[in-house]
Every structure is written in C-alpha cells, then in structure tokens.
Design a protein around this ligand. Sequence first.
Ligand code: TIU
Length: 231
Amino acid sequence: MITLDANPFPFAFALPHTALVIIDMQRDFIEPGGFGETLGNDVSLLSAIVPACAAVLAAWRNAGGLVVHTRESHRPDLADCPPAKRDRGNPHLRIGDVGPMGRILVAGEPGNQIIDALAPVAGETVIDKPGKGAFYATPLHELLRQAGVTHLLFMGVTTEVCVQTSMREANDRGFDCLLLEDCTESYFPAFKAAAVEMMRAQGAIVGWTAPSGLLLQALGEAAQACVAPQG
Ligand code: TIU
C-alpha cells in the first residue's frame, strides 16, 4: 500500500488497483485557436501545469501503473453532440466549425489531440468522451471494473468542468478519487481554488486532494523498497 498525507486525511491505495486518469490535456483547451479560446478564455494559464503532469506521468509509467487519457471529442457527423451543447453561448467558433487547428472538438483533428508532452504511449487507454464527464457515454467504468481498479488519481483540465464532473461521476460509481492539486488548472483561478476546496470538504465528500510532490516521493520510496537488499 502507498499512503499519501492528503487532504482532508490520508489516502491509501494499492498501485495495481489504481489508475492515473488524465483529463483532456488536448490542444483544443491548452493552445490558442481551439475550443477553450473560442469560448473567450485566456488559454495561457493552462500550460503551466504541463511539467508537473509530465513528471507524474513519467513516475507512474515507471512504477507500472495503469494510465487512462481522456479527450473531449465528438464524431465528425456530430451525432454525439447535442444541439444544447453546440448552440450554447456565443463562441467565435462552435463545435464542428473549422478553426486554425482543424474542426473544433472533433475526433481526429489536430486540435483534438493530446499535447505532445503528455501523448499516450502504446498500451495506454484513450477514452473519447462526448460530455464533460469521463463516464457518460464511454466504456470507462467497465474498463476499470475489468482491470480491478478501485482508486483513481486525477489530473488535467479544467478543474471545475471536466475534471470535477469526472471525479463526481467516479465517486458515485464507488471509486476513491484523489485530485493532484498542482496538476489541474482552470481558466479561472478562483474556480480552481473553489473546486479543490469543495471536493475535499465534508470529509472528502467527492474525494481527496494532494500536491504531486507527495505522490512522486511515495513512488520513489516504493521503487527503492523494491530494489533494497534483503536481510
Ligand atoms: N470550458 C471549460 O472550462 N472546459 C471544457 O469545456 N472542457 C473541459 O474541461 N475539458
């Protein structure tokens, strides 16, 4: 077991039963010209977490942990994009429109890909999701169940939209969830702070939070314990 001195109390997990879930680290949210910018946001805020996410991903892969990446993504015919989603608000470009990185939030387009620094490698699961939550209309729950996963570590964007929705969906499905605080970001710093607070409030009503340094330290110690001489 690995135990992190998390908020609001320690979070214990067994590595073989835990998945790292990386939510929507896509060009469409992080780079200019994508969905995030067309909604009127300053997308430059989000790239600050990439080094911390990359460090966690590298350490998790090194430990042999299960990795799940998600993408907010629609079919090219937009059959999985309800008009209520496409017609919402007053963006410069709507879902399915052609932008500088291809069609906004459409599967297979350049802007819909995960950024190079966190790109999936062979054997890692990539879930294309039409909603904000990672479980709605996806095979994620069944996949985690079959893999014997009981605990989830979350990172990604944005904190109060797709990350929080996914964590709430996971919590309702019986997973113990921890959010890595410095590996998630919002276009609105106050919303990130509020989301982190509300998830861990009331005795971890949605889940736990912890800085990624605690996870990196614990994984390093677990690795050292594996190679320590016996006796
Ligand atoms: N707009 C916003 O903050 N987020 C999204 O639309 N999707 C995700 O969070 N991935």
